[in-house]
Ligand binder design. Structure first.
Ligand code: C2E
Ligand code: CA
Ligand code: CA
Length: 395
């Protein structure tokens, strides 16, 4: 049974009892409940709550047992939100706001205890966008369950040296095979995971899986001795405390040299906390990992900031490849980006090469590395190993 259940109650059924420990709060999707407490053996009704209201939040935020019993007055459909989900959001609040809420909750709880023999009239508050919030939670729960059930996996797209068409590394890309909805593309779940806070779990998964795969791929002895894996990391991961230590640990257990792992971040993802992000990237670089700016050319291109970062590569976004090469402006932008890469002493990787024409144009422009369907779509690890073995056997 799903641990992220939706609760259905008939009139008179109890959602939880006063004094019970807490592990979640509830959003009432439909129906009405009454909150009551027992004072000297007498039932005191405190309040009714209906559609779009929350119950059970107080004991989570104050970390105390339930202060009331909740009973359904009508048929109810109620969505369960775990204490962890609530507390993760609470921790992300502005610290001042968090302090205000904590202070006010403590004060109210003390007041309520002092006058608990009397009826306490709270003004019920409802969420204006409860339906959207429930949908988001359901999607987040799907992501969390999907990770537990191993519905997520990684595929790997070769990164190629243009001068001799050698595969020098791979980019790890996440795939999600949902049991009912089928294949859900990353653009649909990465953004939600970032907004809802579960991106850390996705990134940790990508890091562990990609490093374990890289170890096996390197054992197949690719042509390039520096063969590497590149993982996509969100701005939220970069500023996560302990992230660099985690990377070091995962590399260590897979007996990988840190230089064989590259971390891809977009410039846009760093803008919320640019100074701390720069510090963390410097630590990753000091560890020995490579650092690439992804989708380069589409962000702010704040060169003053970028030059401060310890970068090893810029990846030119695929919107500049393909048809765009027919366009003189696009070609001159790519030329400019290549010049910039030289000046910054970083590698330039062109993304989204789909045809031999694209490859020829980039070679002419002086680009050294590329990635795209022309070489290979992202494929399972086994196919990367097969390609390496086939090339070795042919040599
Ligand atoms: P990205 O990092 O820019 O990855 C490149 C995307 O372009 C991939 O899409 C890849 O399949 C696609 N692609 C590669 N070559 C070609 C080509 O020649 N033509 C075209 N049209 N497309 C090409 P995908 O796998 O759907 O990933 C989309 C985005 O989702 C990624 O863009 C990345 O931003 C994000 N993403 C994927 N996996 C992860 C992950 O593990 N963590 C995070 N944070 N983001 C991820
Ligand atoms: Ca990428
Ligand atoms: Ca990209």
């Amino acid at each position: 049974m799903s641990s992220y259940a939706e609760v259905h109650l008939e009139p008179g059924e109890i959602l939880y009892h006063e004094g019970e420990p807490n592990d979640c709060a509830y959003i009432i999707e439909s129906g009405e409940v009454v909150l009551f407490s027992q004072v000297d053996g007498k039932r005191i009704d405190c309040e009714r709550r209906g559609e779009n209201a929350i119950v059970g939040e107080l004991s989570i935020l104050t970390n105390r047992p339930r202060t009331v019993t909740v009973e359904a007055l009508t048929q109810c459909r109620i969505f369960r939100v775990s204490a962890d989900q609530i507390l993760a959001r609470f921790e992300r609040l502005d610290p001042l706001l968090r302090a205000c809420i904590k202070t006010s909750l403590n004060f109210n709880t003390r007041m309520a205890e002092q006058i608990s023999s009397q009826y306490v009239p709270f003004a019920p508050s409802t969420l204006s966008n409860a339906r959207d919030i429930v949908e988001q939670f359901k999607f987040e729960n799907d992501i969390l369950e999907g990770l537990d059930n191993r519905e997520f996996s990684l595929v790997y797209q070769p990164i190629v040296r243009l001068s001799n068409n050698t595969m020098i590394g791979v980019e790890a890309l996440m795939r999600w095979q949902h049991p009912e909805l089928g294949n859900i593309p990353p653009f649909k779940f990465i953004e939600v995971a970032e907004a809802m806070g579960s991106i850390a779990k996705i990134t940790n998964f990508a890091l562990s899986e990609a490093c374990a795969a890289l170890r096996r791929i390197r054992q197949a002895k690719p042509e390039s001795a520096d063969f590497y894996a590149s993982i996509n990391v969100s701005g939220k991961d970069i500023v996560r405390v302990g992230f660099v230590d985690l990377v070091a640990h995962v590399l260590d257990i897979n007996e990988l040299d840190p230089s064989t792992l590259k971390v891809e971040v977009t410039e846009t993802s760093l803008i919320n906390n640019p100074e701390f992000a720069a510090k963390q990237l410097a630590q990753l670089r000091a560890l020995g990992c490579g650092i690439s700016i992804d989708d380069f050319g589409t962000g702010y291109s704040n060169l003053a900031y970028l030059k401060e970062l310890p970068l090893t590569a810029l990846k030119i976004d695929r919107t500049f490849a393909g048809d765009a090469f027919a366009n003189a402006t696009s070609r001159s932008i790519v030329k400019m980006l290549l010049g910039l890469g030289k000046e910054m002493k970083v590698d330039i990787i062109a993304e989204g090469l789909e045809t031999q024409d694209d490859v020829d144009t980039l070679r002419t422009l002086g680009c050294h590395y590329a990635q795209g369907y022309h070489y290979s779509k992202p494929v399972p690890e086994a196919e990367i190993i097969q390609t390496i073995m086939a090339k070795r056997n042919a040599a």
